[in-house]
Design a protein around this ligand. Structure first.
Ligand code: GDP
Length: 297
């Protein structure tokens, strides 16, 4: 699957309309900017981010005296790509790398962990997947099935166990088992937000005590189809555990792909992977440049 195909619905919303705008307007005047803003907002880029992006574009059009639509497209691609911060490089630790995975139920956290486990296995790393969402028996079972399918080891203490104890013992298991990386799943029940955030803080604390430097990375999984809700989830989880990277799932099923831009601009948060489908290979490393090229013809 090509990126541009995976982003088909967003392209319907964004790319086609930008094309239409560029052929309808002969000048980059106020009506043009107003329509462009509307197109961006419709694709869930968000008011604030659309405003910031437009300011940059206007300044460059003025400064560089851009008049042709080809030059405009090139500039738009550059400005879009420039929005995305690089994921911070994490030195691979001596012992197991501990990756804490957080996010609201239903966003695709379980499948994403399976996809990450698969990628790591393919790179020859020994993987342990740990079931830290002890709230839902079905979630544990699903994660176990996925883990086995990818060939990763699976750690669980069953339903109702203390998630912090799961975290602690999973690290122990990884140290003894010689695992290179641990993906720790966590609960995502949003109706008891406060408890959940306390629970995540505690997990983080316990991990750090057990293994200095852990968790080495904290990944937040977001569902692109939820549009602007993804922004408030970013804020919530980042306040609790300090998110290092975002994985945005289900971009294939939505015309709201502009949310990628909003997350990057409003939270200055790197996006490490995007989900373009349900299969193992549908998790793609994110590149701002490729994303911009896929969205601007
Ligand atoms: P969790 O509750 O967050 O663990 O969510 P699951 O991992 O169980 O995923 C919920 C649903 O979303 C499942 O049907 C997944 O197959 C689906 N899903 C996950 N990621 C993607 C994606 O990138 N694209 C599509 N189309 N579906 C996805």
């Amino acid at each position: 699957l090509k990126l541009s195909e995976g982003l088909n619905k967003t392209r319907e919303q964004l790319t086609k309309r930008i094309d239409a705008l560029l052929s309808a307007h002969r000048k980059f005047d106020d009506p043009f900017w107003e329509e462009l803003e509307e197109v961006l907002i419709m694709a869930d880029v968000g008011h604030q981010s659309a405003g910031k992006l437009l300011d940059r574009l206007k300044a460059r059009v003025r400064k560089e005296k851009i008049e042709e639509s080809e030059a405009f497209r090139e500039m738009l691609r550059q400005e879009l790509a420039a929005i995305f911060p690089e994921p911070k490089s994490v030195a691979v630790p001596q012992g197991p790398e501990i990756v804490l995975v957080v996010g609201v139920n239903g966003v695709g956290k379980t499948t994403t962990i399976a996809k990450l486990a698969h990628r790591a296995q393919m790179q020859g790393r020994k993987v342990l997947v740990a079931a830290g969402d002890t709230f839902r028996a079905a979630a544990i079972e699903q994660l176990g099935i996925w883990a086995k399918r990818t060939g990763a080891d699976f750690f669980t203490k069953g339903e109702g166990a203390d998630p912090a104890a799961v975290a602690y013992e999973a690290v122990d298991a990884a140290l003894k088992g010689g695992h290179d990386v641990v993906f720790l799943d966590t609960a995502g029940r949003l109706h008891t937000k406060v408890d959940l955030m306390d629970e995540l803080r505690k997990i983080k604390r316990v991990l750090g005590k057990k293994l200095p430097g852990a968790p080495h990375r904290c990944l937040l999984v977001l569902d692109a189809t939820t549009g602007q809700n993804a922004l408030s989830q970013t804020k919530l989880f980042n306040e609790a555990v300090t998110v290092d990277e975002i994985i945005l799932t289900k971009l294939d099923g939505t015309s709201k792909g502009g949310i990628v831009v909003a997350i990057a601009l409003e939270h200055n948060m790197p996006i490490s992977f995007i989900g373009l489908g349900e299969k193992m290979e549908d998790l793609r490393p994110f590149s701002g440049e490729d994303f911009a090229k896929a969205l601007v013809n």
